[in-house]
Design a protein around this ligand. Structure first.
Ligand code: NAD
Length: 298
């Protein structure tokens, strides 16, 4: 069992840290929010007074922070954590951030004799609570093999995508595709319904035909077609439009840096950005269905 310092106990990090405790690991936790910290402490983690305090004597550090600037500040900033860790400590950052930022933190960690793994996740808050996340890792084979048994306490599928930053690249590619296929699915459903088709019948036809995809299989965006999905609950819960917009921004920036053409991804980014600006940022991303339905949804 590992001694782990866990930083960032929000919607994702909180349940992830609780699952580590359940798995028998010794977790010392820190979050800027007392409410978030107390929830994890009441599940059995040790309370730290600061991030530095949380990583004292830790064999591993796991961070789950909102964005790249938080990760950079935590590890590289003035009084950054990298200078507080014992040589050989494994640092796992599960935040979704730009691959370049991840590589920068990873290189600085390695220079100090630390091991670093980028390990962003897929599976959302439900997956975090159920210990069923997918981890998409980038780093050395040795770092991956060391992290795997610990990640297994929080996830079901643990992938090694490649070298440092590769986890973030794969995560960005996946979420860009998810945004594109969800928008396309909503567009097709709205067209069919405009023509008088029943959305459930059309969904089943497309699901069994060449348009079949993940949204039609498990996350139908049309209200009433499928049970236990955000569409059936006014698009509450699930994966927020604002988080999808953030991930599409990472895809866009990465494409600019690498001179890659992403016309579909750029379109999806604009679509979700507009949807957020129209006041729907806190809804599940499948609510992009309402963008296509327009006034029909009222
Ligand atoms: P969140 O905003 O709920 O939680 C982030 C937590 O980090 C907050 O509790 C905040 O207080 C804390 N924090 C920020 N700066 C800190 C610091 N310097 N020290 C200590 N604590 C600090 O965010 P979330 O939904 O848990 O997402 C975390 C990451 O996971 C993001 O990068 C997000 O893109 C990614 N992600 C989220 C989901 C999802 O469905 N929510 C799914 C996949 C990936």
């Amino acid at each position: 069992m590992a001694t782990i310092g866990f930083i960032g106990l929000g919607n994702m990090g909180g349940p992830m840290a609780c699952n580590l405790v359940k798995g028998g690991h010794q977790v010392t936790a820190f979050d800027l929010s007392d409410t978030a910290l107390d929830a994890v402490v009441s599940a059995g983690a040790k309370k730290a007074a600061s991030a530095r305090d949380a990583v004292q004597g830790a064999e591993m550090v796991i961070s789950m922070l909102p964005a790249g600037q938080h990760v950079e500040a935590l590890y590289l900033g003035e009084d950054g954590l990298l200078s507080a860790l014992n040589a050989g400590t494994l640092v796992i950052d599960s935040s979704t951030i730009a691959p370049e930022t991840s590589r920068k933190v990873g290189a600085a960690a390695e220079q100090r004799g630390l091991a670093f793994l980028d390990a962003p996740v897929s599976g959302g808050v439900g997956g975090a609570k159920a210990g069923a996340l997918t981890f998409i890792c980038g780093g050395t084979d040795a770092a991956f093999e060391r992290a795997k048994p610990v990640l297994e306490a929080m996830g079901k599928n643990i992938f090694h995508a490649g070298e440092s930053g590769a986890g973030q690249v794969a995560k960005v590619c996946n979420n860009m595709l998810l945004a594109i296929l969800m928008s396309g699915t909503c567009e097709a459903l709205a067209l069919g319904v405009k023509n008088g088709l029943d959305p459930a019948v059309l969904s089943e036809i497309m699901r069994q035909s060449s348009g079949g995809n993940w949204a039609l299989n498990v996350y139908n965006p049309w209200p009433g077609v499928m049970d236990n999905v955000p569409a059936g609950n006014d698009y509450q819960g699930g994966f927020l439009v604002d988080l999808m917009t953030k991930d599409l921004g990472l895809a866009f920036d990465n494409a600019v840096t690498n001179k890659a053409a992403i016309p579909m991804g750029a379109l999806a980014r604009n679509l979700f950005q507009l949807h957020s600006q129209q006041g729907h940022g806190r809804l599940d991303f499948s609510s992009i269905q309402n963008f296509y339905r327009g006034t029909d949804a009222d």
